[in-house]
Design a protein around this ligand. Structure first.
Ligand code: HEM
Length: 456
């Protein structure tokens, strides 16, 4: 790919015989739905490997290399791997052999399913509810394998009900002709690359009598979602039964998903805070005879270094940031990320781009407790109240005081102000925002494959 990441160009490999097999549907794409690819979809040319994890579908394609062994690109080796469950983070970081073993590379997606309705935190008033509730969700498997059953349990997996499955792509199987300027060739193909949608009407009285809805799917190779998580260092490809908890309070059924899609929350966090062991095979519920769990909820994670009382003023922060040191601010405290650039799981760039900024909101939204526990090691002082006010208001100003209009708008280390001039509503959850640059000749300055952050 043309995108340059902290460890070089993105690259990966797939097997040659897969690329030559029409059934696998592998494409080099320059258009989508009849329109040229959008930049963030890999314009001008990208690979599409249906049924495999997105990491194999290289965007902004620059080069295809034929070799007799798997790629040695950093991202092929160090990302998208499912290491064996007994390999601890320490073993994985000390011994590169775990990463270089191609048996652990992830290609095809595994069978998975999820509940969409009831939604997280949805409530059902029993007195006014219809007699049945339609539980709905999606399921998919990798390698073009078809989902052959989706099953729902309301009694912890002792008995199962068969859901109805709808494959939207089946509508195109008998279609002959062109769509969006390309030939539809699904009549001879039996592969299923899209999600299937499942649904099941469940009597509300059954939901009322249950503590959780459990869902599992099976594909045509008879692979079925496991009951328990398969722990691995990178935490990828987890596909245990999807569980939505039900609590019955004051005549209302309240549903909770394992995690909240965008924020903290969900039953997994609740169980964890209450001291439950999510890997105990009972979704963290206390098992008969087990000692009651220790409540953890009151314990706030301390991200400050014990005994440190250094006060940092705006000028000191500015001096270090302009020297290229990634000092950033979380909850009014200053952290120096220099020592962690090389090992940061989120890449060096995300720390570098945070230099001189109050990133409290982003930092706390992204990071796990494990990450927060590491923070005292990088804590270097407290930002003065006046400096914090300046940062929260405008951010550090650009160091260049020249009156010349800037050629490029974006400055990698500073916020740049812009005006929203147009907002187009594309669908219920998508908008296109148009912002004004400072003068007609100015360019945006966003390199291929990079992201920009917007704050309002
Ligand atoms: C020295 C300070 C930092 C430490 C110790 C740290 C630690 C970590 C750790 C352990 C992870 C893995 C996921 C997790 O356990 O939460 C992670 C991921 C990540 N971090 Fe940081 N981080 C630091 C600074 C930052 C900053 C300043 C930013 C930008 C606001 C950032 C952005 C990210 C991103 C984008 C990910 C990837 C999240 C994902 O792939 O889901 N980190 N970091």
């Amino acid at each position: 790919g043309a995108d340059v990441l902290p460890n070089g160009h993105y690259g990966t490999s797939i097997k040659l015989n897969w690329a030559l097999d029409f059934n696998r549907g592998i494409l080099l794409a320059h258009k989508m739905n009849g329109e040229p690819l959008r930049p963030d979809h890999g314009r001008p040319l990208r690979v599409v490997v249906p049924g495999q994890i997105g990491g194999r579908s290289v965007k902004w394609l620059k080069r295809l290399i034929l070799t007799d062994s798997p790629s040695t690109n950093w991202y092929h080796i160090n990302d998208n791997r499912l290491l064996p469950t007994m390999v601890s983070p320490e073993m994985a970081s000390e011994d590169p052999k775990w990463w270089r073993d191609d048996r652990y590379a992830i290609f095809d997606l595994n069978v998975n399913s999820s509940v969409v309705y009831p939604e997280n935190n949805e409530e059902l008033v029993i007195a006014s509810a219809p007699s049945t509730y339609t539980v709905k969700g999606y399921a998919y498997s990798g390698g073009g394998r078809r989902i052959t059953r989706v099953e729902i349990s309301l009694d912890k997996g002792r008995s199962w009900h068969l859901a109805h499955i709808d494959y939207a792509e089946d509508k195109y199987r008998n279609f002959e002709g062109d769509l969006f300027g390309g030939k539809v060739d699904m009549y001879w193909r039996e592969t299923c690359f899209c999600w299937s949608f499942w649904s099941l009407d469940i009597p509300v009285s059954d939901l009322q009598a249950s503590d959780a809805i459990l869902v599992r799917a099976m594909d045509e190779s008879l692979a079925v979602q496991p009951r328990d998580m398969y722990w691995s260092v990178l935490g990828m490809m987890n596909n245990p039964w999807f569980r939505v908890t039900i609590t019955n309070e004051n005549g209302r059924l309240k549903f909770e998903h394992p995690t909240h899609p965008t924020k903290t929350g969900g039953w997994m966090e609740r169980v964890k805070k209450a001291g439950g062991d999510l890997a105990n095979g009972y979704w963290g519920e206390t098992v008969q005879g087990e000692a009651p769990a220790q409540q953890e909820s009151a314990k706030e994670i301390n991200m400050r270094r014990e005994g440190l009382s250094r006060l940092i003023e705006l000028q000191e922060l500015k001096d270090h940031v302009s020297n290229g040191e990634p000092w950033f601010i979380v909850n009014g405290e200053v952290y120096d990320g220099t020592e962690f650039l090389r090992d940061h799981p989120g890449g060096a760039q995300s720390i570098i781009s945070s230099a001189g900024m109050d990133v409290s909101e982003e930092f706390l939204a992204i990071h796990s407790e494990t990450a927060r526990i590491m923070m005292p090691g990088y804590h270097i002082g407290t930002l003065s109240t006046s400096a914090l006010a300046v940062l929260q208001d405008n951010g550090l100003e650009e160091q260049n005081n020249s009156t010349e209009p800037r050629k490029t708008f974006l400055q990698s280390r500073y916020w740049s102000k812009t005006t929203l001039v147009r907002k187009k509503i594309v669908s219920s959850d998508s908008r296109i925002f148009t912002f004004e640059l400072e003068h007609p000749k100015q360019t945006l300055g966003l390199p291929v494959g990079r992201h920009l952050m917007i704050k309002v």
